[in-house]
Design a protein around this ligand. Structure first.
Ligand SMILES: *Cc1c(COP(=O)(O)O)cnc(C)c1O
Length: 385
C-alpha cells in the first residue's frame, strides 16, 4: 500500500514501517513506535484536568510500579525531559549535602553519572572499568569497606555504549549488605528485560518513555522506595529537577505535574503500556527482543561481521560490531545505503575501538531483521578490490 506524505514523497507502508516513516530506527532511542502509539497524540489535553491526571497520569504511575515489583513499598514519579534529566534529578535529589556517591562506570553512560555528580559538586568516587569489561565485584566490595563516607552507589544496567549488561543483582547484594542506597540507570532495559526492583535491592530505578516501553520522547520516570523518596525532601540542587517535590505534587494533587507536562507524549505512553500488556508483558517483549537479536547476530556473523562483546555479557538491546577492516568498506556509505533501503543504524561510541551499533528494540520484529540482513549483504562492499 502506498501512502503520500505531505504530497511530496511516496512511501511504502509495512507493519513496522508505518505512516510517515521512510525507514525504521534500529537505534537505542528514540526508536520505532507503532502507528497506534502515534495516533493517540492527535488530541489535546488540559494539564490540570482530571481527564488527564486521573485517567492518564495516575494509571501510568501505578502500572510502572506493577511492572517493577509486587511490593507496595515502591512508588513512581514522572519527570519532564529526556532520560538524562531524570538521572540528574535522582542524583541531585537523593544525595544529602554530606553524602558521597560511588559510581561504577564501564562506558559513556556510566561516565555521564560521574559528570552529573561533578557538576552538582557532589562528593564522589568513580570505579572505572574498561568498556568491554564487566565491573569487578571485589573492587566494589573493597571500595565500600574502605570508605564509610559513601552513602549511595550508582550504575548503568544496559550500558548502551557497547550493549553490555551489567550484573545489577550481584552488585545490589553487595550494596545492600553494606547498607548503602542503590541507584540503577535502567534506561535502555526497563520494559525489555525483566527487573524486580525489590529482589535486586534497588532504591531508585530510572528509565524513560522512548526506550523499551516504546513510547515517544519527552519524559522519564523513576520507580523508587517510598521511604527513600521521602528522604529526598529539601535536598534538591535544582528547582525543576526536584524529585521529591515532583513526587509529592503527584501524590497530593492526584497525578498533577508541577510544570507543563508533555501531555501528548504522556498519552502516547499510556497507549504504549497498553500495547506492552497486549504483547504479553515484559517477559514476552524480552523474548521478541532476544529473537530480533539472535537473528541479527547470526546473520551478521554469517556476513563476516564480528561482535565487540562476548555473548555472555551482551544484552539483546543493542549490539556493537567491529567495522570491517577493508579498503572496500566505509561506514558513512554503508549507513547511507542501509538508510536508503529503510534501516537507520547507529554509529559507534566505544573510545578505542572502531565500531558501529544496531539496536534490536522498539516496534521492530524478526521479519525486519531478516530484511535487514539481506540489505546489509547488499550494502557492505560496493567498491571493487
Ligand atoms: C538513552 C540512555 C540515557 C538517556 O539518554 P537521553 O539522551 O538523555 O535520553 C541514559 N542512560 C542510558 C544507559 C541510556 O541508554
Amino acid at each position: 500500500m502506498n501512502y503520500t506524505f505531505y504530497g511530496l514523497v511516496t512511501l511504502r507502508m509495512s507493519e513496522s514501517n508505518s505512516i510517515g516513516n521512510p525507514y525504521i530506527l534500529l537505534t537505542p532511542g528514540p526508536l520505532s513506535t507503532s502507528s497506534s502509539v502515534k495516533e493517540v497524540m492527535l488530541r489535546d489535553w488540559c494539564t490540570w484536568d482530571d481527564d488527564y491526571n486521573l485517567n492518564v497520569v495516575q494509571p501510568i504511575q501505578r502500572r510502572l510500579v506493577e511492572l517493577a515489583t509486587a511490593s507496595d513499598g515502591y512508588s513512581s514519579v514522572l519527570m519532564q525531559g529526556s532520560g538524562t534529566f531524570c538521572v540528574e534529578s535522582v542524583i541531585g535529589s537523593a544525595l544529602p549535602e554530606d553524602g558521597k556517591l560511588l559510581i561504577i562506570a564501564n562506558g559513556a553512560y556510566g561516565r555521564r553519572l560521574a559528570q552529573i555528580a561533578e557538576i552538582l559538586k557532589i562528593n564522589r568516587e568513580v570505579l572505572e572499568f574498561g568498556e568491554s569489561e564487566l565491573p569487578d565485584l571485589s573492587q566494589i566490595r573493597e571500595a565500600l569497606d574502605r570508605d564509610q563516607d559513601i552513602t549511595h552507589v550508582a550504575i548503568v544496567h544496559g550500558e548502551t555504549t557497547t550493549g553490555m549488561l551489567n550484573p545489577i543483582h550481584e552488585i545490589g547484594e553487595i550494596v545492600n549488605q553494606a547498607g548503602r542506597i542503590y541507584i540503577v540507570d535502567a534506561m535502555s532495559t526497563f520494559g525489555g528485560i525483566p527487573i524486580d526492583v525489590q529482589e535486586t535491592g534497588i532504591d531508585f530505578l530510572i528509565s524513560s518513555a522512548n526506550k523499551c516501553i516504546q513510547g515517544v520522547p519527552g519524559f522519564g520516570f523513576v520507580v523508587a522506595r517510598k521511604s527513600r523518596l521521602k528522604e529526598c525532601e529539601g535536598r534538591a540542587r535544582s528547582l525543576s529537577l526536584d524529585l521529591y517535590s515532583q513526587w509529592n505534587q503527584m501524590e497530593e494533587g492526584g497525578g498533577k505535574w508541577r510544570f507543563t507536562s508533555p501531555t501528548h507524549t504522556v498519552r502516547a505512553f499510556a497507549q504504549a503500556l497498553k500495547e506492552l500488556e497486549e504483547e504479553g508483558g515484559i517477559a514476552k517483549r524480552f523474548e521478541r527482543y532476544r529473537e530480533n537479536h539472535r537473528l541479527l547476530i547470526s546473520g551478521m556473523e554469517e556476513l563476516g561481521f564480528q561482535c565487540l562483546l562476548p555473548a555472555s555479557c551482551q544484552s539483546p538491546i543493542i549490539t556493537a560490531f567491529h567495522n570491517p577492516d577493508s579498503s572496500r568498506y566505509e561506514f558513512r556509505e554503508f549507513y547511507r545505503r542501509l538508510k536508503e533501503k529503510g534501516f537507520v543504524i547507529y554509529p559507534g561510541k566505544v573510545t578505542n575501538v572502531d565500531t558501529f551499533r544496531i539496536g534490536t528494540i522498539g516496534h521492530v520484529f524478526p521479519d525486519d531483521f531478516r530484511r535487514l540482513i539481506k540489505a546489509v549483504g547488499e550494502s557492505i562492499y560496493w567498491k571493487s578490490e
